[in-house]
Design a protein around this ligand. Structure first.
Ligand SMILES: Nc1ncnc2c1ncn2[C@@H]1O[C@H](COP(=O)(O)OP(=O)(O)OP(=O)(O)O)[C@@H](O)[C@H]1O
Ligand SMILES: [Mg+2]
Length: 238
Protein backbone atom coordinates (compact mmCIF):
# COMPACT_ATOMS: atom_id res chain seq x y z
CA UNK A 1 0.00 0.00 0.00
CA UNK A 2 1.64 3.19 -1.18
CA UNK A 3 0.39 6.65 -2.07
CA UNK A 4 3.13 8.57 -3.80
CA UNK A 5 2.77 12.28 -4.46
CA UNK A 6 5.22 14.07 -6.73
CA UNK A 7 5.47 17.79 -7.37
CA UNK A 8 1.78 18.40 -6.68
CA UNK A 9 0.76 22.01 -7.31
CA UNK A 10 -2.55 23.85 -7.08
CA UNK A 11 -3.24 27.49 -7.86
CA UNK A 12 -6.39 29.53 -7.37
CA UNK A 13 -5.83 32.37 -9.80
CA UNK A 14 -2.50 33.89 -8.84
CA UNK A 15 -2.63 32.33 -5.38
CA UNK A 16 -0.53 29.18 -4.97
CA UNK A 17 -2.47 27.01 -2.52
CA UNK A 18 -0.07 24.05 -2.79
CA UNK A 19 3.41 24.24 -4.20
CA UNK A 20 5.51 21.34 -5.44
CA UNK A 21 4.35 18.92 -2.73
CA UNK A 22 6.11 15.55 -2.73
CA UNK A 23 5.75 12.74 -0.21
CA UNK A 24 5.28 8.98 -0.11
CA UNK A 25 2.69 7.63 2.30
CA UNK A 26 2.37 4.03 3.48
CA UNK A 27 0.15 2.64 6.23
CA UNK A 28 -0.07 4.74 9.40
CA UNK A 29 -1.47 8.00 10.71
CA UNK A 30 -0.13 11.20 9.19
CA UNK A 31 -0.86 14.39 11.06
CA UNK A 32 -0.93 17.49 8.87
CA UNK A 33 -0.26 20.72 10.73
CA UNK A 34 -0.34 24.27 9.45
CA UNK A 35 -1.93 27.65 10.03
CA UNK A 36 -5.22 28.67 8.40
CA UNK A 37 -4.64 28.80 4.66
CA UNK A 38 -1.47 26.65 4.73
CA UNK A 39 -2.86 24.28 2.10
CA UNK A 40 -3.98 21.31 4.19
CA UNK A 41 -7.51 21.04 2.84
CA UNK A 42 -6.21 21.74 -0.65
CA UNK A 43 -3.94 18.71 -0.37
CA UNK A 44 -6.87 16.57 0.83
CA UNK A 45 -9.10 17.88 -1.97
CA UNK A 46 -6.45 16.99 -4.53
CA UNK A 47 -6.07 13.44 -3.20
CA UNK A 48 -9.83 12.95 -3.43
CA UNK A 49 -9.85 14.63 -6.85
CA UNK A 50 -12.41 17.16 -5.68
CA UNK A 51 -10.34 19.92 -7.25
CA UNK A 52 -8.21 19.90 -10.39
CA UNK A 53 -4.48 20.13 -9.96
CA UNK A 54 -2.17 22.40 -11.94
CA UNK A 55 0.72 19.99 -11.94
CA UNK A 56 2.29 16.90 -10.41
CA UNK A 57 1.39 13.27 -9.91
CA UNK A 58 -0.52 11.18 -7.40
CA UNK A 59 0.26 7.47 -7.70
CA UNK A 60 -1.61 4.70 -5.88
CA UNK A 61 0.57 1.60 -5.89
CA UNK A 62 2.35 3.06 -8.90
CA UNK A 63 -0.72 4.03 -10.92
CA UNK A 64 -1.93 7.58 -11.53
CA UNK A 65 -5.18 8.12 -9.61
CA UNK A 66 -6.71 10.15 -12.44
CA UNK A 67 -6.40 7.04 -14.61
CA UNK A 68 -7.70 4.73 -11.87
CA UNK A 69 -10.76 6.97 -11.50
CA UNK A 70 -13.62 5.18 -9.79
CA UNK A 71 -11.37 2.30 -8.75
CA UNK A 72 -9.31 4.72 -6.69
CA UNK A 73 -12.28 6.61 -5.29
CA UNK A 74 -13.65 3.36 -3.89
CA UNK A 75 -10.61 2.97 -1.60
CA UNK A 76 -11.05 6.44 -0.08
CA UNK A 77 -13.10 7.50 2.91
CA UNK A 78 -13.35 11.26 3.17
CA UNK A 79 -14.56 13.35 6.02
CA UNK A 80 -14.70 16.90 4.67
CA UNK A 81 -14.03 19.96 6.79
CA UNK A 82 -17.21 21.72 5.71
CA UNK A 83 -20.46 20.44 7.12
CA UNK A 84 -22.65 20.42 4.06
CA UNK A 85 -25.40 17.98 5.01
CA UNK A 86 -28.87 16.93 4.15
CA UNK A 87 -31.03 18.19 7.02
CA UNK A 88 -34.09 16.19 6.04
CA UNK A 89 -32.23 12.87 6.24
CA UNK A 90 -32.08 10.85 9.42
CA UNK A 91 -28.61 9.70 10.47
CA UNK A 92 -29.38 6.20 9.20
CA UNK A 93 -30.93 7.55 6.02
CA UNK A 94 -27.88 9.67 5.29
CA UNK A 95 -25.50 6.75 5.91
CA UNK A 96 -27.60 4.49 3.67
CA UNK A 97 -27.46 7.14 0.98
CA UNK A 98 -23.64 7.36 1.21
CA UNK A 99 -23.41 3.54 1.26
CA UNK A 100 -25.39 3.39 -1.97
CA UNK A 101 -23.04 5.92 -3.61
CA UNK A 102 -20.16 3.74 -2.49
CA UNK A 103 -22.01 0.74 -3.94
CA UNK A 104 -21.90 -1.22 -0.70
CA UNK A 105 -24.43 -4.08 -0.86
CA UNK A 106 -27.60 -3.47 1.16
CA UNK A 107 -27.19 -6.09 3.87
CA UNK A 108 -23.53 -5.30 4.44
CA UNK A 109 -24.31 -1.58 4.55
CA UNK A 110 -26.94 -2.07 7.26
CA UNK A 111 -24.49 -4.06 9.39
CA UNK A 112 -21.77 -1.45 8.98
CA UNK A 113 -24.15 1.41 9.71
CA UNK A 114 -25.32 -0.20 12.94
CA UNK A 115 -21.74 -0.76 14.08
CA UNK A 116 -20.55 2.72 13.06
CA UNK A 117 -23.41 4.48 14.81
CA UNK A 118 -22.28 2.77 18.00
CA UNK A 119 -18.68 3.79 17.38
CA UNK A 120 -19.69 7.44 17.17
CA UNK A 121 -22.20 7.12 20.05
CA UNK A 122 -25.22 7.99 17.95
CA UNK A 123 -27.21 4.77 18.17
CA UNK A 124 -29.94 6.60 20.09
CA UNK A 125 -30.22 9.34 17.48
CA UNK A 126 -30.13 6.98 14.50
CA UNK A 127 -33.60 7.89 13.26
CA UNK A 128 -33.57 11.58 14.10
CA UNK A 129 -33.21 14.22 11.40
CA UNK A 130 -29.74 15.67 10.87
CA UNK A 131 -31.27 19.15 10.73
CA UNK A 132 -31.85 18.94 14.48
CA UNK A 133 -28.35 17.65 15.32
CA UNK A 134 -25.78 19.70 17.21
CA UNK A 135 -22.49 20.56 15.47
CA UNK A 136 -20.63 17.78 17.28
CA UNK A 137 -23.29 15.21 16.40
CA UNK A 138 -23.08 16.17 12.72
CA UNK A 139 -19.33 15.86 12.94
CA UNK A 140 -19.73 12.29 14.19
CA UNK A 141 -22.12 11.39 11.39
CA UNK A 142 -19.54 12.70 8.93
CA UNK A 143 -16.89 10.50 10.51
CA UNK A 144 -19.18 7.48 10.31
CA UNK A 145 -19.84 8.01 6.59
CA UNK A 146 -16.09 8.26 5.91
CA UNK A 147 -15.64 4.84 7.50
CA UNK A 148 -18.33 3.11 5.44
CA UNK A 149 -16.82 0.47 3.19
CA UNK A 150 -13.71 0.09 5.35
CA UNK A 151 -11.56 2.32 3.10
CA UNK A 152 -7.79 1.84 2.72
CA UNK A 153 -7.22 5.58 2.66
CA UNK A 154 -8.99 7.64 5.26
CA UNK A 155 -8.95 11.42 4.98
CA UNK A 156 -10.10 13.23 8.08
CA UNK A 157 -10.14 17.00 7.77
CA UNK A 158 -10.55 18.43 11.28
CA UNK A 159 -12.44 15.36 12.57
CA UNK A 160 -12.51 16.41 16.20
CA UNK A 161 -13.46 20.06 15.67
CA UNK A 162 -16.55 20.90 17.71
CA UNK A 163 -16.54 17.72 19.78
CA UNK A 164 -16.82 17.84 23.54
CA UNK A 165 -13.70 16.56 25.40
CA UNK A 166 -15.16 13.13 26.13
CA UNK A 167 -16.19 12.45 22.53
CA UNK A 168 -12.93 13.90 21.27
CA UNK A 169 -10.95 11.42 23.33
CA UNK A 170 -13.17 8.53 22.30
CA UNK A 171 -12.93 9.37 18.60
CA UNK A 172 -9.21 9.99 18.88
CA UNK A 173 -8.66 6.55 20.37
CA UNK A 174 -10.84 5.02 17.73
CA UNK A 175 -8.90 6.73 14.91
CA UNK A 176 -5.70 5.45 16.49
CA UNK A 177 -7.03 1.87 16.28
CA UNK A 178 -7.87 2.35 12.60
CA UNK A 179 -4.31 2.93 11.46
CA UNK A 180 -3.31 -0.65 10.92
CA UNK A 181 -3.12 -1.47 7.25
CA UNK A 182 -4.55 1.86 6.27
CA UNK A 183 -3.30 5.33 5.39
CA UNK A 184 -4.96 7.89 7.63
CA UNK A 185 -4.62 11.62 6.99
CA UNK A 186 -5.51 13.79 9.91
CA UNK A 187 -5.60 17.55 9.78
CA UNK A 188 -6.42 19.43 12.92
CA UNK A 189 -5.47 22.50 14.89
CA UNK A 190 -5.59 20.44 18.06
CA UNK A 191 -1.87 19.72 18.17
CA UNK A 192 -2.13 17.39 21.16
CA UNK A 193 -4.43 15.08 19.18
CA UNK A 194 -1.77 14.70 16.53
CA UNK A 195 1.00 14.27 19.07
CA UNK A 196 -0.76 11.35 20.69
CA UNK A 197 -1.81 9.36 17.61
CA UNK A 198 0.20 10.35 14.53
CA UNK A 199 3.23 8.26 13.60
CA UNK A 200 4.42 10.97 11.25
CA UNK A 201 3.76 14.71 11.27
CA UNK A 202 3.93 17.01 8.25
CA UNK A 203 4.21 20.75 8.79
CA UNK A 204 2.91 23.03 6.08
CA UNK A 205 3.29 26.73 5.54
CA UNK A 206 2.08 28.88 2.66
CA UNK A 207 1.38 25.85 0.49
CA UNK A 208 4.71 24.20 1.13
CA UNK A 209 5.80 21.18 3.13
CA UNK A 210 8.46 22.65 5.40
CA UNK A 211 9.42 19.65 7.54
CA UNK A 212 8.25 16.21 8.63
CA UNK A 213 9.10 13.48 11.11
CA UNK A 214 7.77 11.46 14.02
CA UNK A 215 6.46 13.56 16.91
CA UNK A 216 9.37 12.40 19.11
CA UNK A 217 12.01 13.25 16.49
CA UNK A 218 10.54 16.67 15.79
CA UNK A 219 10.28 17.49 19.50
CA UNK A 220 13.92 16.45 20.00
CA UNK A 221 14.99 18.48 16.96
CA UNK A 222 13.68 21.71 18.48
CA UNK A 223 14.66 20.78 22.05
CA UNK A 224 11.01 21.12 22.97
CA UNK A 225 8.66 19.45 25.41
CA UNK A 226 5.78 18.74 23.10
CA UNK A 227 4.48 19.16 19.58
CA UNK A 228 3.16 22.64 20.41
CA UNK A 229 6.81 23.68 20.77
CA UNK A 230 7.54 22.20 17.34
CA UNK A 231 4.60 24.06 15.87
CA UNK A 232 5.68 27.37 17.40
CA UNK A 233 9.28 26.90 16.29
CA UNK A 234 8.40 26.27 12.66
CA UNK A 235 5.11 28.10 12.27
CA UNK A 236 4.87 30.52 15.19
CA UNK A 237 6.43 33.47 13.41
CA UNK A 238 3.38 34.00 11.22
N1 LIG B 1 -11.96 27.48 -3.67
C1 LIG B 1 -10.98 28.35 -3.48
N2 LIG B 1 -10.89 29.50 -4.19
C2 LIG B 1 -9.89 30.37 -4.00
N3 LIG B 1 -8.91 30.19 -3.09
C3 LIG B 1 -8.93 29.09 -2.36
C4 LIG B 1 -9.97 28.11 -2.49
N4 LIG B 1 -9.72 27.10 -1.60
C5 LIG B 1 -8.60 27.47 -0.96
N5 LIG B 1 -8.12 28.64 -1.40
C6 LIG B 1 -6.90 29.32 -0.92
O1 LIG B 1 -5.85 28.37 -0.90
C7 LIG B 1 -5.05 28.52 0.27
C8 LIG B 1 -5.00 27.22 1.04
O2 LIG B 1 -6.29 26.96 1.57
P1 LIG B 1 -6.67 25.63 2.36
O3 LIG B 1 -8.14 25.60 2.50
O4 LIG B 1 -6.03 24.48 1.69
O5 LIG B 1 -5.97 25.89 3.76
P2 LIG B 1 -6.02 25.03 5.10
O6 LIG B 1 -4.60 24.75 5.46
O7 LIG B 1 -6.94 23.89 4.95
O8 LIG B 1 -6.61 26.10 6.14
P3 LIG B 1 -7.61 25.90 7.40
O9 LIG B 1 -6.72 25.58 8.55
O10 LIG B 1 -8.21 27.26 7.56
O11 LIG B 1 -8.60 24.84 7.09
C9 LIG B 1 -5.64 29.68 1.04
O12 LIG B 1 -4.92 30.85 0.72
C10 LIG B 1 -7.05 29.78 0.52
O13 LIG B 1 -7.53 31.08 0.58
MG1 LIG C 1 -8.66 23.32 5.92
Amino acid sequence: MELKIEGLTKKYGEKIALQDFSYTFSSGIYGILGANGAGKSTLMNLITDNVKRNGGKILWDGKEILELGKKFRSVIGYMPQQQGMYGEYSAVGFLRYIASIKEIPHKEANEQIKQLLEVVSLENAAHKKLGGFSGGMRQRVLLAQALLGNPQILILDEPTAGLDPKERLRIRNYISDLAENRIVFLTTHIVSDIESIAGEVLLMKNGRLITHGSPADLIAEVNGNNLEDVYMTFLGAE
